[in-house]
Design a binder for this molecule. Sequence first.
Ligand code: ATP
Ligand code: MG
Length: 570
Amino acid sequence: MKLSRINWVTYKEAPAEAEVISQQLMLRAGLIKKLASGLYTWLPMGLRVIKKLENIVREEMNLIGGQEILMPMAQPGSLWKQSGRWDQFGPELLRFTDRHHRDFCLGPTHEEVVSDLAGTLLQSYKDIPCTFYQIQTKFRDEIRPRFGVMRSREFIMKDAYSFHLDSQSLEETYLDMRLAYTNILNRLKLNFKIVTANSGAIGGDKSEEFHVLANSGEDLIGYNTEFDYAANVETINIAVSSMTENDELPGALKEVETKDKKSIEDLAKFLGVEKSKVLKTLIYKGVNDEPIAILIRGDHEINPLKAEQIPNIKKPLELISQKDAKEKFSLELGFVGPLGLKIKMYADADTKNMKNFICGLNQSDKHVINANWQRDIDLPPFLDLRLAQSGDHVQTETTSFVINTARGIEVGHIFQLGRKYSESFSLKITDQDSSEKTLTMGCYGIGIGRLAASCIEQKNDANGIIWPESIAPFRVVIIPITNKDNRNMIEDESFKIYHFLISKNVDVAIDDRELRPGNKFADADLVGIPIRIVLSEKNLSKGQIEIKYRDQNESFLIDIDNLEKTILES
Ligand code: ATP
Ligand code: MG
């Protein structure tokens, strides 16, 4: 491809709103263009990356016997009512009505549509096991679209669905898929972990997520390499042994003025104590308008999945607003505490050993110090309600151990769904003995745009993106350095090399734009082309050209005769 034929614009600066490096570099390198919140156009350079990535995914899916299909993005609401998700999915599901006033939605995922398809395609035991997959655009009306294509509203996903007679067959395909995903991430040279996950809104029995490790990741993973353990912290049960005994003697309960010290940080700083000395009281909405208080140590965080198990609490978990707290329940958020609090309370198990703690006094600008359970506050039910963190002891079925944590970007998710959808869609086949059997299902998703962004998060430098060779927009770029006297000669030589590489099936671009060499070098580095070939009069006079790999600092010279060997074998 001649770069002069591509409408490619690069930028020195990223827009201020770009929070993470992949978003900044994708925008600067002219890979994507923002249309509106969470909506992006893939530009010519960017789409080359996406198409290569899709092909890697496609190859791996085909290798495990996946059949590619393409389902519609617009889906009838009736199917979502049949699965029960029309009411469960919440505002991420973008709903609309067609001209005949029928309910529709834009597909955030395709379990319903593929189940409808399976109902007609799969009739006999001979039709299964089978796996369908598609690479298609999804829409989720994310509450906070951010990080560019990593959390957008419209995004490309490869989603696959498998159908089986029994759980053993499901397990086999699940493991094939697990290996295919592992191969995809290895082909992209990503550093990743496979972690135990929660099945979330999709539902089902067993699931694992594929996380690319990066500080910008929105998820926290707890892991212990020795025990070959990795799990999303939201799924981790904390062992009782992690709670240290505390033998402090009870001090005298004392009221303290804490004007404007509403946050735990401000309060702990003001009182000169660690955040772990503060008992935080959070008020959540209940069903029937009854608020529910959760008490947790100041340095810990609520795990919504655990808190949502509390009887009568509203799902998804939602804090009450400042206005409702004040007007409906006379609560001053920031100064709420368990002393004399008249609403139902639950406490995280790790607060049980707290002694002489600080908590709100349910009056503006007041807290108490030296509060103690039983003497001052009746014991609430203690439950495991918090998110695991580094240093916590984890309890598995067989053993307990300490975990470390790392941040991860969830790029893929594989589920054993079981019969959730096959039951609501009556997916039955006739078995060998003529009996009717309900199918069991698996589903498997991998985000194409998020995967591309993850590659950038893991590999970049001050000059730009460092793509793995397999998905760079071009593998090689040729840059001729010309002046008005040698222009024809250098361009002729450059095009000779260009056509030679094309004849060898190398994905090569030639930078024939009317730009200074410095700008061409900068653009090639920014967009992350793995191999750069520079032709100059001085080197050509010696029969040589300069080669530079994007992920190395130094360039080197080779004889033109060695080009094929150097490029094709690198
Ligand atoms: P998250 O927890 O990050 O919202 P999810 O659990 O909702 O992800 P799945 O429903 O498992 O995601 O979707 C499968 C894959 O689709 C994810 O692993 C991710 O790669 C991709 N994906 C999901 N939501 C988005 C989004 N808003 N933008 C881009 N990719 C997404
Ligand atoms: Mg999501």
